[in-house]
Design a protein around this ligand. Structure first.
Ligand SMILES: [Zn+2]
Ligand SMILES: [Zn+2]
Length: 282
């Protein structure tokens, strides 16, 4: 049977997640029959957005992401859970970094100071505005043409990949989640010609691509990315794929994972797990 994994889970350290602790996610993962989960606490490092989102929650307190005290507790909590659930569930320590130009040195320091299993890179903001936010994104869309969005998104993505700091790219077509309503269906084709060379670079570097199921929660049918984009990734030579629910609360854990696994299987692609940043096929 295919191992059922969820490689994108936000425990209570992420500022926009429900106050659900690592242990509670693990308990639920066992009940759901998942075999492995990876916690991916979310950090944003853009100093321009400092007052908005350069924080993590730690023991009920808001801490600056630049204060690494939270990581000691995070790794300790994960180690405790690994011990408690070792007979039933593999538990990995990951992080989701919202990439911005200029964050590279901090990410390099962070990931060399702590034994992460999995470092997930994501683009949540362009021009210092969160395009991942229903509330904030219209401000970006109103002030940028689709050509500008295309240019800025894919340039940023190419830089994030070329930084060599990330194991895998999260929800690579997230721009269409809220952008579709503003720009119309034309947004569904802006990756043509732009994404292929980036995928080729990811393949050369042995990087992974995530299938993120969270779109279902906002009423969209496709996962991030679409089947068409997954096909492009495979054609470019990407071999490493992960599946993640992007759970921000307990009831979202493992949601639609089986469908994502079936999609990968249908495309003859394999989902992977990571240990100390080394990928292995399931
Ligand atoms: Zn994300
Ligand atoms: Zn996330």
């Amino acid at each position: 049977m295919t191992p059922r994994t969820d490689y994108h889970v936000h425990p209570d350290y992420s500022i926009d997640a429900a106050p659900v602790q690592i242990r509670d996610y693990c308990q639920t993962a066992v009940e759901l029959g998942l075999t492995e989960i990876c916690f991916t606490t979310h950090i944003e490092l853009d100093p321009v957005r400092g007052a908005l989102d350069n924080f993590v929650m730690c023991n009920g307190e808001r801490l600056s992401v630049f204060n690494h005290a939270w990581l000691d507790r995070y790794f300790q909590e994960i180690a405790q859970a690994q011990q408690e659930f070792q007979a039933h569930l593999k538990i990995k320590a990951g992080i989701e970094v919202g990439y911005n130009r200029g964050c590279e040195q901090h990410v390099a320091e962070l990931t060399s100071a702590y034994p992460f299993d999995f470092v997930l890179g994501a683009i949540h903001s362009l021009d210092h505005i969160a395009i991942s936010s229903r509330r904030e994104s219209p401000r970006y869309f109103r002030n940028h043409t689709l050509a500008e969005l295309q240019q800025e998104y894919f340039t940023t993505l190419a830089e994030m990949v070329a930084s060599g700091l990330f194991d895998c790219i999260a929800h690579v077509d997230l721009y269409r989640r809220y952008g579709l309503k503003h720009y119309g269906p034309e947004i569904l084709t802006i990756h043509h010609g732009a994404l292929e060379p980036i995928f080729a670079d990811m393949a050369r570097r042995g990087m992974g691509l995530e299938v993120n199921t969270s779109n279902r929660r906002v009423g969209l049918k496709d996962f991030h990315p679409t089947r068409e984009i997954l096909t492009l990734a495979a054609r470019a030579g990407i071999k490493i794929f992960t599946v993640g629910s992007d759970a921000h609360s307990l009831n979202q854990l493992g949601a639609h994972i089986d469908e994502a696994l079936a999609l990968l299987k249908d495309l003859n692609l394999r989902h992977h797990v990571f240990t100390l940043r080394q990928a292995a096929p399931c």
